[in-house]
Design a protein around this ligand. Structure first.
Ligand code: ATP
Ligand code: MG
Length: 557
């Protein structure tokens, strides 16, 4: 008996809505994007119960004509594209005509709108996809979209929502990021609960630097900016330099053609470009904004429009690298940093208003790569195979060097060198380690770790608290400690060195990481000058093929 059936429209719509509307924050994102497309200069948002009970977004944009209002909540109803070719050069935030359709399928939605060509405003009410009424209304300008009782018709989905407080937090993250797409716009965001109003965001319009400073609560003067042209790309950087870094990337916003993007591949690429400049100091706060010709980017790749594809990522990476070199005036590479007056580096690890995801540690980390003189190389870098193996020619030999193993060894040597000089540092908030281990075995390991500068305390119920760590490490050492305390160690003399080895591995460049040319030069120079042979665990770093070997294999000899 045949098993396949075409799902009825009712179910199809709900499934499609799930792709776009995951939680109140997704509703807010779509409605703000619509307001941007309507050229609003003021956006006002009210939230009830973290947006679960109600999200209202008012904008003073161009409004919707009554005929359009009647159909704007239908599937594929859009004014933004007309032909298939438009999909490949999208200039607006929206383009699918699906946001209002999706929202209206899973909520009670009311839209009031006044278009300049009409004397009156109109209002439409749609409950869970069905039109309830359409009538004249009162509104002087723009559009007000009110979304009530989200997921009331889908209890299973509603059950996935978090507390109103967490949902508000997620909404605010979206508002912060999106506001940077249009800093000249005015924003007002309020939560209204039990007749108590609370202003969560208030912005009167300004430039990127001012808005960023408001969002991150960081003095404007910390941000440096650069406009950099590298056809076909225009790059705008507004970043903190090495004097103000963070242990997370939460304050870094990536905009592509003014669209805020959260794309894993792109993020990795940008982080890779930033790494040689910020090294182990962490990450900057700020904006990396790239303008590219619309036909070179594909925005139609993710249901919530978070991701993007570039036609030519390599050129973009090079452009970004050049922009960063210019931003740092070719000076502050991490292995050269000692030469520069960054003696008063402030390390800020505590986000001010992100209570749920706070990283409560405040530690200094010295740059690991420091080298003062950079000699002219006697080798030639030929390229990188599969973003993993550096190919280098030197004196009729071809070296195939494992970038991870080499970077790991260099960091390991640096850790060893700097370790004896570093102090033990108290954590602002002690950390609970997530392990279970035998108290007597723990005691032996604890003594060794204590001699390194770690302070661990065994509490009742098998709980272990980490109170101090050597200043050379950051709190990411926690995972390594947990493993080391749990694993059996036949030779405890190895324990100290194993901590350094594993930390070096954690910090090192990985297989597949794209490195800048400056960093590659640095790694190769170190490789030859220090005659490095193996990674800290004893794996070889390279393979050497002599011209003789190659010719023999090719039967030239
Ligand atoms: N705030 C607004 N002001 C003016 N017009 C609006 C507003 N919100 C929606 N519209 C109109 O309603 C249409 C449908 O909106 P909807 O968000 O569903 O789709 P879209 O923005 O075209 O595409 P996407 O699904 O990618 O967001 C829009 O194309 C636009 O014409
Ligand atoms: Mg839209």
């Amino acid at each position: 008996m045949p098993k396949i059936q075409i799902l009825p429209e009712e179910i199809r719509s709900k499934i499609a809505a799930g792709e776009i509307v995951e939680r109140p924050a997704s509703v807010v994102k779509e409605l703000i994007e619509n307001a941007f497309d309507a050229k609003a200069s003021f956006i006002k948002i009210n939230l009830r119960e973290g947006g679960i009970k109600e999200v209202s977004v008012y904008d003073d944009g161009e409004g919707i004509e009554p005929e359009d209002l009647k159909i704007c909540y239908k599937h594929f109803a859009t004014s933004k594209i007309k032909t298939l070719s438009d999909v490949f050069k999208i200039v607006t935030f929206g383009f699918r005509g699906e946001a209002l359709a999706s929202i209206s399928q899973v909520s009670k939605m009311t839209i009031l709108s006044k278009h300049a060509d009409y004397d009156s405003a109109y209002e439409i009410r749609v409950e869970f996809g069905k039109e309830i009424y359409f009538k004249p209304a009162h509104l002087n300008k723009g559009t007000l979209v009110k979304v009530e009782d989200l997921f009331l018709n889908l209890p299973a989905r509603k059950a996935f929502l978090k507390t109103p407080r967490t949902e508000t937090f997620k909404i605010m993250e979206i508002i912060r990021g999106l506001s940077l797409c249009s800093p000249e716009t005015k924003y007002q965001v309020k939560s209204i609960d039990e007749n108590k109003e609370n202003t969560l965001f208030f912005w009167e319009g300004g430039n990127e630097r001012e808005l960023l400073s408001y969002i991150i609560r960081l003095e404007k003067s910390f941000f440096k900016e650069l406009h950099f042209e590298h056809p076909p790309y225009s790059i705008f950087l507004l970043l903190t330099d090495t004097s103000k870094t963070f242990s997370h990337t939460k304050y870094l916003y990536f905009l592509i053609n003014k669209r805020w993007i959260k794309d894993e591949k792109l993020t990795k690429m940008i982080i890779n470009a930033l790494k040689p400049f910020y090294g182990n100091l962490g990450f900057p706060a700020g904006i990396v904004s790239i303008k590219a010709p619309y036909h070179l980017v594909d925005v139609n790749v993710h249901p919530a429009k978070w991701e993007i594809r570039f036609k030519d990522e390599k050129t973009l990476f090079l452009a970004l690298n050049k922009a960063l070199e210019e931003f740092f005036s070719k000076k502050t590479f991490y292995y050269e940093r000692e030469k520069h007056p960054f003696s008063q580096q402030i390390k800020e690890d505590i986000p001010l208003d992100y209570p749920q995801e706070v990283s409560p540690f405040h530690l200094e980390r010295k740059p690991l790569f420091i080298s003062s003189d950079f000699k002219k190389p006697s080798h030639k870098y030929l390229g990188t195979f599969l973003n993993t193996y550096l190919l280098v020619e030197k004196e009729e030999n071809l070296y195939i060097i494992d970038q991870h193993a080499l970077s790991e060894r260099i960091i390991y040597e640096d850790l060893k060198r700097n370790f004896s000089k570093c102090l033990s540092q108290e954590l602002l908030i002690p950390v609970l380690l997530n392990i279970s281990c035998d108290p007597s075995e723990f005691e032996e390991k604890r003594k060794i770790l204590h001699s390194m500068g770690f302070e661990l305390e065994f509490l009742e119920n098998n709980k272990i608290i980490l109170k101090k760590i050597p200043s050379i490490f950051k709190i990411d050492i926690k995972d390594i400690l947990e493993k080391i305390l749990e694993e059996p160690f036949p030779n405890l003399d190895e324990l100290k060195i194993e901590v350094l080895r594993r930390y070096a591995c954690l910090l090192a460049r990985k297989k597949g990481d794209i490195l800048s040319e400056r960093e590659i030069d640095f790694l190769i120079e170190k490789f030859f000058s220090e005659n490095l042979q193996t990674c800290p665990h004893g794996r070889p770093i390279y393979i050497k093929l002599s011209l003789k070997d190659i010719e023999k294999d090719l039967r030239r000899r």
